[in-house]
Design a protein around this ligand. Structure first.
Ligand SMILES: Nc1ncnc2c1ncn2[C@@H]1O[C@H](COP(=O)(O)OP(=O)(O)OP(=O)(O)O)[C@@H](O)[C@H]1O
Length: 475
């Protein structure tokens, strides 16, 4: 028996082609130009077997329709279609109980295949759909930008996964947006009102990591003055984001695995058993499977963390996203600098599109900040981009064979020379010079704005003012 499939969309051409394709696949179709029309038909004829709906329509939008349908007919599969594939939209749809989210423009074969799949699984879907709750999705400044197929697929996955308390492993090169994805998963989840706690495993010395994660009691070890509540406890009820998980030392991996399995632990030096409810999201730029093969990462921990894997493609594989990302970053810089946003000339944009972006989105973001501060006019030219890229390259490309940045190697060589030459006061001279370089670079970057430079360096405003005064008095 053919299934009854309804298509709700205010765009006549979408209704026409989608209904035609579905009919060709053997379904009985009806189409409606608004949510109100569909709801009226629902009252008169009862529910169809499957419904496709657009989101943005005059009158009630598709998510309101979804909500009404799900209240009356929880088991009815609904496929939400939209030209706006951002995390807030996909998460809103899945939170409302959508079966699937279809990005417009879509491939008709894909839509028909989806219909077949939804109709096939509809019988298994029980009424225990998640209750719709207040939308927490925002298009704030930390919204993920991306319009390429890979990013749209990712947004759908985030929207769907945000509802499930599963462990997620986010992979991708440095600067591709892994932390932003973790934040989006949290923001769109039922845990959104509870804490999001991030810990970069690589940034914390191995010997402190355990107490950072699980906390410690006063006097647990030398230097443990007061009781310290660890990140796991801080994240209770919410999400713990473990960045660079591949850098976690093996003994700690064992402990983490146990805590994840049991949901409870003791603080370092503690006797009280602490129970927590934490969703763990881990991220890595390393190939964890290789680390497992090399016995540097526990296979069982990988399985525990890697229930679902989200991969972020490098920026060079989604260059189409460069213009919108650049526009966002230039706008953000303009707000910060309290100046009108600079615009990219066509030639400048071409330069950006041709660049390889080894540092991914973060590199683009830094570049836009530099361009905002350094490019002289309101329009950014190709030469401005070339100059900034050349400088970034000069700084980043040079490293010694063992990965030590060139400047560190040069500093070490210089210190050895000074020592060999019998000179003193090396520490004070280096610190003074370093400070000067930091201040100069930050002030250049912020076009002379001291408060901004202080914030970027992580220093207090008064500290920077004082250092500048001291520098001036030294001449
Ligand atoms: N799709 C995106 N849309 C908007 N901004 C983005 C996007 N991806 C990354 N960014 C921005 O780029 C910067 C780097 O992103 P993020 O810190 O999430 O990367 P990461 O992959 O976690 O990096 P690392 O591996 O170095 O920790 C951040 O400032 C983030 O806001």
């Amino acid at each position: 028996m053919s299934s009854r499939v309804w298509v709700v969309d205010d765009d006549r051409s979408v209704r026409f082609v989608l209904a035609a394709a579905l009919r060709q696949a053997g379904h009985a179709t009806e189409d409606f130009a608004s949510a109100a029309e569909a709801l009226r038909a629902l009252e008169l004829h009862g529910p169809p077997d499957l419904l496709f709906t657009d989101v943005r329509m005059p009158g009630d939008d598709g998510l309101v329709l979804l909500d009404r349908l799900k209240q009356a007919h929880p088991a009815l599969p609904v496929i939400v279609m939209s030209a706006y594939t951002d995390v807030a939209s996909t998460a809103g749809a899945f939170r409302g109980g959508a079966h699937e989210f279809l990005s417009k423009p879509f491939d008709l074969d894909e839509a028909v295949a989806l219909a077949a799949q939804a109709l096939g699984t509809a019988a298994d879907e029980d009424a225990a759909e998640q209750a719709p709750e207040a939308g927490t999705g925002t298009a704030g400044t930390d919204a993920l930008i991306g319009d390429t197929p890979a990013m749209r697929t990712l947004f759908r996955a985030i929207g769907r996964l945000a509802q499930a308390p599963l462990s997620v492993l986010i992979t991708g090169e440095t600067g591709t947006g892994k932390e932003l994805v973790a934040r989006a998963l949290h923001r769109e989840s039922p845990r959104a009102q509870r804490p999001f706690v991030a810990l970069n495993t690589a940034a914390i010395p191995a010997e402190l990591l355990e107490s950072e994660l699980f906390g410690h009691e006063a006097g647990a070890f030398t230097g443990a003055g007061k009781r310290h509540v660890g990140r796991f406890e801080q994240a209770n009820g919410g999400t713990l984001f473990l960045d660079e998980i591949g850098d976690m030392p093996l003994p700690l991996q064992t402990r983490l695995l146990r805590v994840l399995a049991e949901g409870e632990f003791f603080r370092v030096g503690g006797r009280e058993l602490i129970r927590v409810d934490v969703r763990v999201i881990a991220a890595t730029h390393q190939a964890l499977d290789t680390l497992v093969a090399e016995r540097r990462f526990r296979a069982d921990l990988l399985h525990r963390l890697d229930v679902v894997r989200l991969h972020l493609p490098p920026l060079r594989e989604r260059r189409e996203d460069v213009p919108r990302l650049a526009e966002r970053f230039l706008a953000a810089a303009a707000v910060r600098f309290q100046a009108p946003p600079k615009r990219l000339s066509r030639a400048a944009l071409e330069r950006l599109l041709a660049h390889d972006w080894p540092g991914n989105v973060r590199e683009l973001e830094n570049l836009c900040w530099r361009l905002s501060a350094l490019a002289p006019g309101e329009s950014i030219g190709a030469a401005d981009v070339d100059a900034v890229i050349a400088r970034e390259g000069a700084g980043a490309a040079v490293a010694t064979a063992d990965g030590m940045p060139a400047w560190e190697a040069a500093l070490a060589a210089w210190v050895r020379e000074e020592l060999a030459a019998g000179r003193n006061d090396i520490h004070a001279r280096v610190l003074q010079r370093m400070e000067q370089l930091l201040l100069d670079a930050a002030l250049e970057h912020t076009a002379g704005r001291q408060a901004e430079a202080a914030a970027r360096l992580g220093l207090g405003r008064n500290t920077v003012a004082r250092k500048l005064r001291a520098k001036r008095s030294r001449g």
